[in-house]
Write a protein that binds this ligand. Structure first.
Ligand code: GLU
Length: 287
């Protein structure tokens, strides 16, 4: 844990317009930072070259400013730091904690359907059965030399051997803090670097939280299970583990989490409909 003033962050991905769920997370982070005498930084998580659009980044700035939220400069953009993520990935590769995986999503699904991978990870994807973990090194070298598309996966067994089995973090809320046991193994051999970029969400977020000196991570419950993996990556990379708080998600009338893809109104829609930032703050409990 870093000494000094708390540093929080709001870290949206620019792959859609912000909705009320984002507003809640952004306002909660800002509110907690103010109460704790700290700061809240903004980070643009734009590692996905297909889905991240410059216009959506501009829209994030505009929506947050409209809500009355202002952030210290510079705002970190993950796409500016691919070299750092590559170095972290290569460190894990050099230590034999990560291996290249040449399986396509379709192949993994087919293996799952054939009954070879019965368990699922916390996101509901079939756990990777480890097909490429024990590939013949000559074949791996050949595939890599040929430029065969591949992800890089964490060797979970080797990683846990390296860190030891005890994983955990401090979770905090309004009532206090408590130690939570983490179970990164439920992610299996998680992808730490995608085919198209030298990182995954997990590796980039862990790297950046440390690079920005984030002391308290406050994000939605949909990422609670991911924190187990993040704690493991922090240990492997020698990074500090922040304190975590996973807030409830805002649900729509049908009980589903808000998402643009499900037709949830964006902040821009609400603004156009004449809703004021004050009303949004009141609705979300921040006035
Ligand atoms: N970029 C992620 C999202 O928009 C949030 C990541 C995080 O807070 O760790 O869902």
């Amino acid at each position: 844990m870093s000494l000094g003033a708390p540093v929080l962050r709001f870290a949206p991905s620019p792959n859609g317009r912000l909705h009320l769920g984002h507003a809640y997370s952004a306002l909660l982070n800002a509110d907690l930072a103010a109460r704790m005498g700290g700061v809240c930084r903004l980070r643009i998580e734009d590692i996905d070259p297909q889905r991240s659009k410059p216009a959506l980044i501009d829209a994030i700035f505009a929506d947050l400013a409209w809500l009355g939220l202002h952030y210290p400069e510079p705002v970190r953009r993950q796409s500016d730091h691919m070299g750092d993520y590559r170095a972290a990935r290569d460190d894990l590769i050099d230590r034999r904690l990560a291996y290249p995986c040449f399986c396509s999503r379709g192949q993994i699904r087919a293996l799952a359907e054939a009954g070879k991978a019965t368990a699922c990870d916390p996101d509901g994807a079939p756990l990777y059965p480890g097909t490429c973990r024990s590939l013949d090194p000559a074949r791996v070298a050949e595939n890599l030399a040929r430029g065969e598309p591949h992800t890089w996966r964490l060797d979970m067994t080797a990683a846990l051997r390296c860190t030891g089995p005890d994983q955990g973090y401090v979770a905090f809320d309004a009532t206090g803090a408590q130690r939570i046991a983490a179970d990164p193994a439920r992610w299996g051999d998680a992808v730490i670097a995608r085919r198209d970029v030298p990182t995954s969400y997990h590796l980039a977020v862990v790297h950046d939280d440390a690079a920005e000196g984030i002391s308290h991570v406050v994000r939605g419950r949909d990422l609670e299970a991911a924190s187990d993996l993040h704690v493991l990556l922090q240990k492997l990379l020698g990074l500090p583990t922040p304190h975590y708080r996973h807030h409830p998600l805002l649900l729509d009338a049908g009980g589903e989490k808000l998402a643009k893809s499900r037709g949830s109104q964006s902040l821009a829609d609400l603004r156009e409909a004449g809703v004021t930032p004050r009303r949004i703050r009141m609705q979300l409990g921040f006035v």
